[in-house]
Write a protein that binds this ligand. Structure first.
Ligand code: DC
Length: 220
């Protein structure tokens, strides 16, 4: 069984998806982490971002694994644990551009389908309910107001020792949403049959409860 969770950045998607997977005893697959890992690889190898020969050959020979270690999700790129590095500011800066490339998407969607083939999964991303698993049994689309999203982002940045104003963060989120929604390949889009969850005024516990109940209602 596949539960697809899509939506823009900083809406509380990841925290909820992870907690929901735990509660259901499902595997949690964070596809954003996979796009981040490829972005890191491109930066490490100093490959120019764009559809080019160097990118295509890079995509032919990378090894990416998502492993669950106790409560932690580890992202292993070419044998190395890059779970922390993929959250770096430079990776965050370039990941939208990298994830807009069709060759990158093709390669990662293949891996995502393979991982979820034989197990129950909560899969989180931007195109899960529309492109990767259009037949997912339950689909959620998570949204929240810009103010709340910016405040959540502020906390993430503080952890990284980075100072930004709320206005600056709102502007960045708006630009990112626009870029992700208007890109040619697999734009960020709510699937027709997705349940919208507005997390603006919800606690994490409330979000998870709401989604858990919906899953039980639909699937018993
Ligand atoms: O969820 P996140 O912020 O870690 O995702 C990082 C980037 O990856 C974000 O800019 C959108 C992109 N992404 C995507 O294009 N498709 C997905 N299925 C998941 C993430």
């Amino acid at each position: 069984m596949i539960i697809a969770i899509d939506g823009p950045a900083a809406t509380g998607k990841s925290t909820t998806a992870k907690a929901l997977a735990e509660r259901l005893g499902f595997t949690y697959l964070d596809t954003g982490a996979m796009y981040r890992a490829i972005t890191l690889l491109i930066l490490q190898k100093k490959v120019q971002i764009g559809e080019n020969f160097a990118l295509i050959s890079l995509l032919k020979k990378f090894d990416l694994k998502i492993q669950q270690h106790e409560k932690q999700i580890l992202v292993i790129l070419n044998g190395e644990d890059v779970s922390n590095e993929i959250r770096r500011l430079d990776v965050t800066k370039y990941v939208s551009e990298v994830s807009a490339l069709s060759a990158v998407r093709k390669s990662l969607v293949k891996i995502q389908r393979k991982i979820a083939k034989d197990q129950n999964c909560v899969v989180e991303g931007r195109d899960i309910g529309t492109i990767v698993f259009p037949d997912a049994e339950v689909k959620f689309y998570v949204v929240a107001d810009y103010d709340v999203r910016a405040k959540r982002r502020l906390l993430d940045f503080k952890k990284l020792g980075e100072e930004k104003s709320i206005d600056e963060l709102i502007e960045e989120l708006k630009n990112r949403d626009k870029y992700d929604s208007e890109r040619e390949h697999s734009p960020l889009l709510k699937a027709n049959d997705a349940i919208e969850v507005d997390t603006t005024n919800l606690t994490i516990e409330e979000q998870v409860n709401f989604m858990f109940k919906k899953v039980k209602l639909i699937k018993g």
